[in-house]
Write a protein that binds this ligand. Sequence first.
Ligand SMILES: CN1c2c(nc(N)[nH]c2=O)NC[C@@H]1CNc1ccc(C(=O)N[C@@H](CCC(=O)N[C@@H](CCC(=O)N[C@@H](CCC(=O)O)C(=O)O)C(=O)O)C(=O)O)cc1
Ligand SMILES: N[C@@H](CCS)C(=O)O
Ligand SMILES: [Zn+2]
Length: 766
Amino acid sequence: MQTHNLGYPRIGGNRELKKACEGYWSGKISLHELQSAGESVRRNNWEVQKEAGIDLIPSNDFSFYDQVLDLSMTVGAIPERYHEVILKKGNNELDLYFAMARGYQKDGLDITAMEMTKWFDTNYHYIVPEFKKDQQFKLFSTKVIQEYIEAKNQGLITKPVLIGPVSFLLLGKEKETGFDRIDLIKNILPVYLEVLKKLEDNHVEWVQFDEPFLAMDLNDKEKDALVYTYGEIRKAFPDLKILLANYFDCFGANLKTALSLPVDTFHLDLVRCPSQLDDILESGLLKKRKSLSLGLVDGRNIWKNDYLKSQKLIEKAINAIGSDRIFIAPSCSLLHAPIDLELEDEKGLSAEVKDWLAFAKQKLQEVKELGTLTEEKLAKNQASIQSRNKSKLIHKNEVKERIAGLPESIDQRKSPFSIRQQKQKMALNLPLFPTTTIGSFPQTTEVRSWRAKFKKGVLSKSQYNKNLESETIKAIQWQEAIGLDVLVHGEFERNDMVEYFGEQLDGFLFTKNGWVQSYGSRCVKPPIIYGDVSRPSKMTVDWTSFAQSQTEKLVKGMLTGPVTILQWSFVRDDQPRKDTCNQIALAIRDEVIDLEKAGIKIIQIDEPAIREGLPLRKSDWQSYLDWAVKAFRISASGVQDETQIHTHMCYSEFNDIIENIAAMDADVITIECSRSQMELLDAFGEFNYPNEIGPGVYDIHSPRVPARNEMYALLEKAVQVIPESQLWVNPDCGLKTRGWEETKSALIEMVSAAKLLRESISEPIG
Ligand SMILES: CN1c2c(nc(N)[nH]c2=O)NC[C@@H]1CNc1ccc(C(=O)N[C@@H](CCC(=O)N[C@@H](CCC(=O)N[C@@H](CCC(=O)O)C(=O)O)C(=O)O)C(=O)O)cc1
Ligand SMILES: N[C@@H](CCS)C(=O)O
Ligand SMILES: [Zn+2]
């Protein structure tokens, strides 16, 4: 048996790449320094994998921002609006690349960024490729070849990783009507062949093609595209060894097509879909000499692998096809795992708990050990597994009893929306097109440094709180001054919208350095849910009440919803996710009720991850949606009719789940909309969505400041779709990643756009 890896985290053990990119963007470091930082991350990653004894190590899994954007650069899918960036004096390929990712607002240019969306059901975001009807492709960036040569020069023959052409096209978006992007397969394939030729010239042995759309529902045309693609690649490169990777779910109905492809190895995610090993072995469709890559080590979670379970799957495969035809691997790229458990000290994670966990580096070790499993290693592993199974830390009777005793009506508001809306209009007295923001204000270096100093014990708790109070007061005063209608406290006390709650809830652990890339240079540190969840005390009431005490205007309470906390944490795997979600929902429900008791009249429960949590196959959607929607409703329904519940979602397509969003029955939903020019709103209009909506008019992912008329134009589009009495005005998402200067300018413009709209509505028609 051989071992291989599908991809390694590229942020660097101490987030070196994040710091280098941000340094380059702010002009603090040179291009050369940025490139050296990249080189050093790659060298280190290759070393770590080599030391772990992995046989086939990936290359081209590194990226300065996103692997899908890298591929858009490789195949020259560069939208026209960026062509000017190339021409501007002093700009290099990376400047163009970053302009596509982040927008470009200098040298007299003002270019919006490309859209960003979720990578399958993960919390990683990719930059959406843009295609036109007559889209031409040509080899533009040779990064994949350069990185292969770079590793080779370091004495390592790597396995370059490329997203396969079918998945690449499907990940993208048609930017004009009248064509289907999968029809571009014939145009794009020659560029892949050119890349493979260059790799072959450099004596490449293996290439990994990721085709994760194999885990989704594919139509016949898409399946035909797969057959065509890999047939052509095989024709052109009869000797190239090809590993075709599918992950995040079963091959399902695509199994027959997949196994017919002329590739050498099929990678299976046996964590998400262990039953597919039987399906494949019993199908009789696996041709002689084809091998299987068994994705046994969970690339999406942090629990130690259960060697006994893995051993059973390995033995089954060996008995059927022999060990020569087997690779051992993680289930997917390790991009989604934190890097190194050894960076955690005992103060954060107790020795008992640490023994239950494996991060990316430890997962490499697991892959290696599974490839050569000895009795001794198995016994040691089973001792850890038993220690976790039997631990007293995990179970809390009072939590289980509360869940078991919940009444049927636990997810019901007192009255239907139409009645609540009237009562809320009376109680809140808001103008037409109320303006608000989504919660966070800039998390400046200063705010973060206070927290860092407080955590290190350099700043006292009272001084830390005083600093946060003064930041909150400034934010409240400033919001009042520019005329926003519903204010927020700014979330300055929060490191992250999930981690902050994880730190306060029982049943959660958090790490010091367990960073995972979320998008570009932005990382998150997902908490670990290891046991039954409960809320030992109020989590947000003090800060919200403090903010409310500073103003006569309404301050919106700000919570993260149960599905999002679940989705953005590493979740225990010893009970169904639904059960864990309900426990979190009750904790949030208690917080909502406490906020109401403290006099807070509007409470937002963010659920940006509801869409992302959808299973990949439509047939599995409804059972997920049923429990996810119910968990949100449990969290939201403990309040009086007059209390207005908001929810917020970003990076989501809503068309196919609009009924379920309506079933959440939030009084107001704010959604990200601006990058898609309000396209996302159509689903709400077509469905006659009954409750109130705030479509985002300001793209908060880009440093560019939208002008009043730009936002006004978006609002004009919105009033075509949504009745006036239901429409709110707000940015796409929170403003924590932005600086104050751009935030202030943009929000002043936004308020002014809302005022203009009010004026235009009040003028008599004709
Ligand atoms: C809304 N989004 C979120 C997602 N997932 C989450 N878990 N949280 C989210 O908010 N998914 C979808 C989107 C993704 N968007 C984002 C947006 C922004 C970030 C982000 O800003 N990440 C920060 C890290 C945030 C954090 O935890 N900050 C800590 C400080 C950590 C730190 O760097 N400390 C420094 C010392 C600081 C100093 O001295 O100045 C250090 O350790 O070296 C905190 O505030 O305490 C990022 O920087 O990447 C993520 C996802
Ligand atoms: N309240 C959060 C939502 C992000 S999705 C924020 O404003 O950052
Ligand atoms: Zn958001």
